[in-house]
Design a binder for this molecule. Structure first.
Ligand SMILES: O=C[C@H](O)COP(=O)(O)O
Length: 252
């Protein structure tokens, strides 16, 4: 079984529609063959229309950084997964540590969001990862396994085969401190074993697992050489076209 690597930019609260169009125009003809590496940008909700228009007809996959678990209703300020699908999105990131931390998103919310995303024909990128305190207490495995079990609760093997899990140790996000490739591999392997325990070997072989946390052109090759790391979820280094192109074209 060979998994197609997936390198995703998570723009967080950066970029406006004009910058989005400029970025996509600068990268869209230089992306790798999608059968070799899947290139994805996840942008703020206010930029998604510009992202879709600019990416049309190119090899760039597009996605949102979050959504709600209801399609519609009296939920002021939320983003509908149904409308994200109608807008042509492919992926939605859920459970990012910034959403869990600043916006109090729970494991239960994340599980409901994953189900709503699948119900609308989109694919979730489910984030997990431990704090520095948890790592220092050597409890990262239990922590992350708990997050994965909660996020996947009630999902079918077929759904899990089609989703992406992003392992992002909180202490490595935006800090310049990348987990070593061995530390990243160890946790991505644990996640794959967890999927095997919960489902079966085939599902574990199919699910793609990204590492995130200070991924940059200088370390992407080393991280991607690890057997259980199938991609990167990249914040800061995905904001400039040149850097993003170096990341997605890491195989060159
Ligand atoms: O989703 C991306 C991660 O939070 C990593 O961000 P970073 O690449 O800026 O460390």
């Amino acid at each position: 079984m060979s998994r197609t690597p997936i390198i995703a930019g998570n723009w967080k609260l950066h970029m406006n529609p004009e910058q989005t169009t400029e970025f996509v125009d600068a990268v869209k003809d230089k992306l790798p063959d999608p059968s070799k590496v899947e290139s994805l940008i996840c942008a703020p909700a206010v930029d998604l229309d510009a992202l879709r228009k600019a990416a049309k007809g190119s090899n760039l996959h597009i996605g949102a950084e979050n959504c709600y678990f209801e399609d519609e209703g009296a939920y002021t300020g939320e983003t509908s997964p149904k409308v994200l699908k109608e807008m042509g999105m492919d992926y939605v990131i859920i459970g990012h540590s910034e959403r869990r931390g600043y916006f109090h998103e729970t494991d239960e919310d994340i599980n409901k969001k994953a189900k709503a995303i699948f119900a609308n024909g989109l694919k979730p990128i489910i984030c997990c990862g431990e704090s520095l305190e948890t790592r220092e207490a050597n409890k990262q495995e239990d922590w992350v396994v708990g997050q994965i079990k909660a996020a996947l609760d009630g999902l079918t093997a077929e759904q899990v085969s089609n989703l992406v899990i992003a392992y992002e140790p909180i202490w490595a996000i935006g800090t310049g401190k990348t987990a070593s490739s061995d530390q990243a591999e160890e946790m991505c392997k644990t996640i794959r074993e967890t999927v095997k325990d919960l489902y079966n070997e085939e599902t574990a072989e199919n699910v793609r697992i990204q590492y995130g946390g200070s991924v940059k052109p200088a370390n992407v090759k080393e991280l991607m050489s690890k057997p259980d790391i199938d991609g990167g979820l990249v914040g800061g280094a995905s904001l400039k076209p040149e850097s993003y192109l170096e990341l997605v074209n890491y195989q060159d």
